[in-house]
Design a binder for this molecule. Structure first.
Ligand SMILES: Cc1ncc(C[n+]2csc(CCOP(=O)(O)OP(=O)(O)O)c2C)c(N)n1
Ligand code: SF4
Length: 303
């Protein structure tokens, strides 16, 4: 098997081509654009499971992607990407050029359905970059809850608000002691780019979690997507941080005291008499404290 990783008609500013099928204001679309810019003229291919990200491509023989993409089943994308990385490593021996493999998957494919092969690939420290665009629901099938859906959010399957909190996927990935794990925000393009460039220099399993508003499922205004992710970082709802070797934490942007209520108010999924926003606020505060504690005991080489 051979996967051609050399982009065809490659325009570094255009991983996501015009004419794709994503909804207006989709956080994933913004993420793909930023990813393409950060990767510049690197050679890479993508593996995408059966989420919105694979519908993005449109119907064969056209494609919304500007690089080679493999569509996989939900459960197998990290395993599939491991195979592509192995083939690429063999090709590297021939011409010395690095070919990166990027697994691009939603939260359903990451936190839930693909968790077994994700854990296995991380444990083997496969040489690939995994990016979870987290829209906190199963967007492609009508907005059902996933284990990334936050406490109290209403979804197609939690009409009175979800009773359980969001799974801490970065903590799970850090427990695998992978070389690099980090969160990404499309409201912080410089931080986004720096982290992708940093990941390119590291060998082994690299994991990213990208906050990805879904106007369709979150019942938000498409034009407010960037404002939402910005509020999430400023209020501490989506902290920007990195974890090196599973142990050393670095917070990249300090929350500025913005009330999380501003973030919730813009989303109809958080509206209803049964919403208990104060419990979410307590959770957000406790997590930020924990991250600061972890950062304070982290060790970095002085260079
Ligand atoms: C094994 C398996 N289970 C269920 C489905 C049906 N399915 C297709 S898309 C989807 C939702 C995926 O959600 P997520 O991974 O979060 O990506 P999003 O659609 O939000 O982009 C589901 C459940 C499937 N294709 N395969
Ligand atoms: S359903 Fe949500 S994640 Fe999927 S394309 Fe539309 S906005 Fe994007």
């Amino acid at each position: 098997m051979s996967i051609e990783a050399v982009p065809v008609n490659f325009d570094p500013d255009c991983l996501l081509r015009p004419g794709n099928t994503n909804c207006g204001g989709c956080g994933m679309s913004n993420g793909l654009t930023m990813l393409g810019r950060a990767l510049e003229d690197e050679h890479y291919s993508m593996v995408i499971p059966a989420c919105c990200g694979i519908v993005t491509a449109g119907a064969y023989p056209t494609t919304g992607y500007n690089v080679p993409v493999v569509a996989s089943t939900f459960a197998s994308s990290p395993a599939f990407a491991s195979g592509v990385a192995a083939v690429n490593a063999l090709n590297e021996v021939d011409d010395g050029g690095k070919r990166h493999v990027i697994c691009w998957a939603g939260d359903g494919g990451t936190y839930d359905i693909g968790m077994a092969t994700l854990s296995a690939a991380a444990e083997r420290n496969e040489d690939l970059i995994y990016i979870c665009y987290d829209n906190e629901i199963y967007g492609n099938t009508g907005g059902q809850r996933s284990s990334a859906t936050p406490l109290t959010a209403r979804t197609a399957t939690t009409p009175r608000g979800k009773g359980e909190g969001k799974k801490n996927i970065i903590k799970i990935m850090a427990a695998h002691r992978i070389p690099y794990a980090a969160t990404l925000s499309i409201a912080h393009p410089d931080d986004f780019r720096r982290k992708i460039r940093q990941a390119l220099k590291i060998k082994g399993f690299r994991f990213f979690l990208m906050h990805s508003p879904c106007p369709t499922g979150w019942k938000t205004e498409p034009a407010e997507t960037i404002e939402l992710v910005s509020l999430a970082v400023r209020s501490g709802i989506f902290p920007l941080y990195e974890v090196f070797d599973g142990e050393n934490y670095r917070i990249n942007v300090e929350p500025d005291g913005t009330d999380p209520e501003e973030y919730f108010d813009k989303q109809r999924r958080f509206r209803g008499p049964e919403m208990n926003i104060s419990s979410v606020k307590r959770f957000v505060e406790a997590r930020m404290k924990r991250l600061k504690r972890l950062e304070s005991v982290s060790e970095f080489d002085a260079d």
